[in-house]
Structures are given as structure tokens and as C-alpha cells.
Ligand binder design. Structure first.
Ligand code: FUL
Length: 489
């Protein structure tokens, strides 16, 4: 064959290959099991937001007001919700959830369903409205706004009668119609009830409560022990399970006494029926409400950093409570600590030492560059590495541009296709070129960050040892975090 003919044939087949390849794009993996709704995905990406416990308890030094407190005790001297929002925004938080009504029944807005509200208080001659001020401030600063409303009400005379359910639904309706319910990002339903066996017994109509808020905002993420939007993760210490599935079996369970065990809430259910990701709620102080006695007991930078790794680092969002003081402002001790924490995390995760690495994998879905291993190096959320269906064990290797010293590994699964990875091993290539095992872990989910003492290596390999379906990872990064925080817990 003549040389020109060979070249023509070669060019022709390349052109055919390119055209053919383009026409038969390899289909993405189908979702596996339950997956997040678009609103749950947006919520998960928020990662970090503020809880605000504020009310009569702020002034009386108790955690659970009994509903008999004189509303006149609520008398903040210099309340400034914009200062809360500014503090949250500067701290890197994406939203605020306010205890609009805690167990004492006191409403931080002048509710028509209660006589225990800001209207009866000593603040602004009864003309104030904290919910109004905070929702306006969140809008002004571009932060999301959420509400905590306790079903357990120690003040309302109808509590313990069937009529109370309608009253509570009316209360929800009032909040959602008057304070921009379609913008509220999260509704927090506390399952706590301390009435005890001799106390008033209320059978909650959870379905009514959920439908009421969803009717104003179908995108709303509803928090409770069993979701449906997100779930309590089982403790108030800030420690999500090392294994943490975003899936949960909810059938037959209710918030509160009928909830799954705290152990289950801590880890979720492998293969669970519903997508109900974990939220970690924890206070920056020993109590949920402000007390002058805790001004010097604000959690240390080490404690907060540890919580970062045991919440956000374990496939959970972090709802950090920062209770305003008796002026109605965030105390300087809390805000100073929040800024130290923000700086520490920002410095620790500033430089991804894997950038520029060469990436290879045991296999790539359909050999298509669309699913290539190097996608895990990009910050584009929607590009990912995937294998062919059925390949449930796989590995991905990063050859670092040069030897690097690091102590954190960050991994993300592309959760719009479900949570899949059940167990994985991390290996590193040492100075002599041999691979050695560094560590192992179980679930990944939206985000997993592993901590280990600093190692120096020229390569990192993630081996998926067990998965419910073929793995889909959209991010792998390595960092050298500041070694100020406690390494193991
Ligand atoms: C608990 C409540 O009893 C506490 O007072 C606090 O509000 C916490 C966030 O939830 O169930």
C-alpha cells in the first residue's frame, strides 16, 4: 500500500472514531438507592451555619424555662440582629436558625396564638419582633434563615389536648406567612419533651405539622429525629459516626420517644430507605442559652477544630449554637473564637497539595474521558470519576508533582447518584517507591476528611474495598493542616 493511502485511511479512521465516539457518549451511572432532592443537595453544600438560642432563658440562667416565667424578664438592652448576621457571615457560616419558640412557649414574635410573647415582654414596650429583625437582616446580608419551633410547649393551656395540634399548626402557618416562609431553608422540629410520666401527654400530629410548613415551601428541609429533610445525629457533643450513611429507615418511627436509637441516628442505616442526612448540633458554650457564668467557658479552638472533623469531616453539616447575651448581641468571647476557628480552617485547607498530580485508576467508565480519574482533582462539583457498573472494588492513584508532606485527606462522593462507598483503604508511596498502607475508613458520603500524623509521600492511592454500587468520586485532595488540633478522638 502506498504511504499516502495509509495516511488517508488512518486519518479517515481517526475521524470516524472521533465522530463515533462523540455520538455514543457513555451514559452516566444510574442513581443508586435514595438520593438527595435538589434542596437537600443545596443544604448539604451549606456545610456550616449558626444556631441561635435566645429567649427568657437568656435572662434567667435556665436551659428549660417552665413557661411560668414573667415575660417581662425578656428585656435585651441593645438587641442587634444585624450583629448576629454579620458575625455569622464573617465566621464563614451560610445561614442562621433561631429558636423562635423554645419549650417555655415564649414566642420571639407577637403571635396571635400565645399570650407569652415579645408583646408581653419588657423589650421595646412590647413592640419588638426578633423574628422580623433577624429575617430582614439575613435577607440584607444574603444569609439563609431557618426557624426552630418547639412542639413541646410548657406555657400553652391547650398543650396536652387534641386542640393543641391545630394551634401549633396555626403557629407554624403564622410564621410561614408573615416571615417569608418560601425563603426559610430549614424547619427545626425538636423532639424533646420533659413532661415525664405524670405530665401532660400530647400525641403530636407530625403529619399535619410537616404538611403545613411544606405547603408554604415545598423545598424546605425539615429537621427532626427522622427528617424527612435531615436528621439529628444522636448526640449534642458534635461527634457524628465514623461510619455515617445519609440513608435512614424511617418507617414506623417518629421524632422524640418513637425515634430510632441514638446509635442508629449517629451512623444512619446502610441501604436505608430514605435520604435523611445527618446534622450535627452543638453549642459553643456548655449550655444552649447564654449565661454570664459561661463567658469563660467558650469552647477552645482545639475543641471546635475537633468538632469540625467529627461533623463536616464525617458527612454531616455543622449547626453551631452561638447564644446572644443579655444585651441581645453575640458576646466578644464567642465572636473572637469563631474568627480564630475560621482562620484555622481556612489556613489548613488553603492549598491542595495534590493539584497538578497525575491521576490513574483501575478502570474508567466506558474508557470515556468524561469519567476520567483526573476529575477528582477539579473543584467542578459535577465532574467525577466513575467505573463501569458492577465494578464495586476499584482504585484511584494520584502521582504527586513532587514529594509532599500532608496530614489530611479529603474525599467526596458525588451524592446526586447516591451514597455508595462502604469501606476504603488509603496507601501512600514512600521515598523508596514502595506502596504502604496509611489508613482505612468506612463511609465517605458528601464529604469525608481523614486525619493522620504528617507523612511524606510522592503518591496517594485510594482503594475502594467495598461499595453498594460502583463508586463515583468527585473530589480527592490532600492538605497539610495546622497541627494545633487534637488528632484522634
Ligand atoms: C434539645 C432541647 O431540649 C435543648 O434545650 C436545645 O434546644 C437542643 C438544641 O435541643 O432537644
Amino acid at each position: 500500500m502506498k504511504k499516502e493511502m495509509v495516511l488517508t485511511l488512518l486519518a479517515g479512521s481517526l475521524l470516524f472514531g472521533a465522530l463515533f465516539g462523540a455520538c455514543t457518549a457513555v451514559a452516566p451511572p444510574s442513581p443508586y438507592g435514595p438520593v438527595p432532592t435538589p434542596a437537600q443537595l443545596e443544604w448539604q453544600k451549606m456545610e456550616y451555619y449558626m444556631f441561635v438560642h435566645f429567649g427568657p432563658n437568656t435572662f434567667t440562667d435556665v436551659e428549660w424555662g417552665d413557661g411560668k416565667e414573667d415575660p417581662q424578664v425578656f428585656r435585651p438592652t441593645a438587641l442587634d440582629c444585624r450583629q448576629w448576621v454579620e458575625t455569622a457571615r464573617n465566621a464563614g457560616m451560610k445561614g442562621i436558625i433561631l429558636t423562635a419558640k423554645h419549650h417555655d412557649g415564649f414566642c420571639l414574635w407577637p403571635s396571635q396564638y400565645s399570650t407569652h410573647t415579645v408583646r408581653e415582654s419588657g423589650w421595646k414596650e412590647g413592640k419588638g419582633d426578633v423574628l422580623r429583625e433577624l429575617s430582614d437582616a439575613c435577607r440584607e446580608y444574603g444569609l439563609k434563615f431557618g426557624v426552630y419551633l418547639s412542639p413541646w410547649d410548657r406555657n400553652h393551656p391547650a398543650y396536652g389536648t387534641p386542640g393543641y395540634n391545630r394551634i401549633f399548626a396555626g403557629t407554624l402557618q403564622e410564621v410561614y406567612t408573615q416571615y417569608g416562609g418560601n425563603e426559610i431553608f430549614e424547619q427545626w422540629f425538636d423532639g424533646a419533651c420533659g413532661e415525664g410520666p405524670a405530665g401532660r401527654k400530647q400525641e403530636y400530629d407530625w403529619e399535619l405539622f410537616r404538611q403545613t410548613v411544606l405547603s408554604f415551601n415545598p423545598e424546605l428541609v425539615i429537621f427532626s429525629d427522622v427528617g424527612p429533610g435531615c436528621r439529628w445525629m444522636g448526640n449534642e457533643r458534635g461527634v457524628a459516626g465514623e461510619t455515617n450513611w445519609s440513608t435512614l429507615d424511617t418507617a414506623g418511627f417518629t421524632p422524640g420517644l418513637g425515634a430510632p436509637s441514638s446509635h442508629v441516628l449517629n451512623s444512619g442505616n446502610r441501604g436505608g430507605q430514605a435520604w435523611v442526612p445527618a446534622e450535627t448540633d452543638v453549642s459553643i458554650r456548655p449550655g444552649w442559652f447564654y449565661s454570664p457564668s459561661t463567658d469563660d467557658r467558650v469552647k477552645s479552638l482545639e475543641q471546635l477544630t475537633d468538632i469540625y472533623y467529627t461533623s463536616i469531616g464525617r458527612n454531616s453539616n455543622l449547626l453551631l449554637n452561638v447564644p446572644p447575651d443579655r444585651r441581645g448581641r453575640i458576646h466578644p468571647n464567642d465572636s473572637a473564637r469563631l474568627m480564630e476557628f475560621r482562620d484555622h480552617i481556612a489556613a489548613s485547607f488553603q492549598t491542595d497539595l495534590a493539584q497538578g498530580a497525575g491521576a490513574s485508576a483501575s478502570s474508567v467508565r466506558g474508557n470515556s474521558s468524561r469519567y476520567r480519574a483526573a476529575n477528582v482533582l477539579s473543584d467542578d462539583y459535577d465532574t467525577y470519576w466513575a467505573t463501569d457498573d458492577g465494578e464495586q472494588t476499584a482504585w484511584l492513584e494520584l502521582s504527586l508533582p513532587s514529594e509532599q508532606t500532608f496530614n489530611r485527606l479529603l474525599l467526596q462522593e458525588y451524592i446526586p447518584l447516591g451514597q455508595r462507598v462502604a469501606r476504603f483503604t488509603v496507601e501512600i508511596r514512600g521515598a523508596a517507591g514502595a506502596w504502604e498502607k496509611l489508613t482505612e475508613a468506612t463511609t465517605i458520603g458528601y464529604k469525608r476528611i481523614l486525619r493522620f500524623p504528617a507523612v511524606t509521600a510522592s503518591g496517594v492511592r485510594v482503594r475502594i474495598d467495598e461499595a453498594l454500587a460502583a463508586p463515583v468520586l468527585n473530589r480527592i485532595a490532600v492538605y497539610r493542616a495546622l497541627e494545633q488540633a487534637v488528632v484522634s478522638r
